[in-house]
Design a protein around this ligand. Sequence first.
Ligand code: HPA
Ligand code: ZN
Length: 339
Amino acid sequence: MTDPAFADFVRRLPKAELHLHIEGSLEPELMFQLAARNRITLPFRSVEEIRAAYAFSNLQDFLDIYYQGAGVLQTQDDFRDLALAYFKRLAADGGVHAEIFFDPQTHTDRGIAFSIVIEGLRAGMAEAKETLGVTSSLIMCFLRHLDEDAAMATFEQARPWLGTDIIGVGLDSSEVGFPPSKFAKVFAAAREAGLKLVAHAGEEGPPAYVYEALDVLHVDRIDHGNRALEDEALTKRLADQATTLTVCPLSNLKLCVVSDLTQHPMRKMLDLGLKATINSDDPAYFGGYLLDNYLATADALNLTRDDMVTLVRNSFTGSFLSDSEKADYLARLDQASDQ
Ligand code: HPA
Ligand code: ZN
């Protein structure tokens, strides 16, 4: 059990979340509400039945149910409500900034217009800024189980929003068998457009995928990156060049990337000088939002207040905020960590 004073200290630290799939924040209660609103019949009779289905033995197990859940999202208001519900949870955890992933292909492939998705999310983001003071931006992810032509078509659809609302592109979905190099062309186009680049790599996939993300896609951050630790030269390179890793401990536990949180590599990552951050990934599916991830990891690995501050600091320095925005947030962090 976490010491309440420790929990309160961590909650009060202003934090950024850098690895959050907005579709993965769809709580069963909202899933039911949206299903009713849109006259969709779910293959579950109750919220409890949905939660009981959330027992995964790997990434694919989860993805199958996650894509199914996203089917209730139909209108602009649905996407706004989804985003706003997430921001409320984030703010309650002391989160002040989020760089949010969304999966447009999950929606456009079932006939929902790209503009519906993004305008709904933008409405939620604007409301969060106004009512909660939480800032945010969007990172558009390509589904790696689909081909690069589909990713390129999505990139073209996103053109009107690139560089303003959408600040970067990412790569998610099933990892093994779908190496980053498969998306070299679309990432080159995104780079040409001045966007930030990230990719999931080394969650289930081998260190070679992390090398590809760095050397072929030229990513600015690695999402997850756990398996990079299997390669000493890669680990040293990530530490030397201070590549931000967006690590998701409760996700790693629920998807059986680690057998137990006491076996989580976060302690090792910090000891090796890696620039790790803590994030929630798909909190509605993995049993915890941002603060839960910090506290569960601290509890399992005996992390200290200083470790918490280091991780939170990394969440800002590793963010895609401007230098002046980073400086403002870091000053707020310094103030909170002194108390
Ligand atoms: N890994 C890969 N793809 C995803 C994830 C994840 O953890 N969550 C949502 N899409
Ligand atoms: Zn993820």
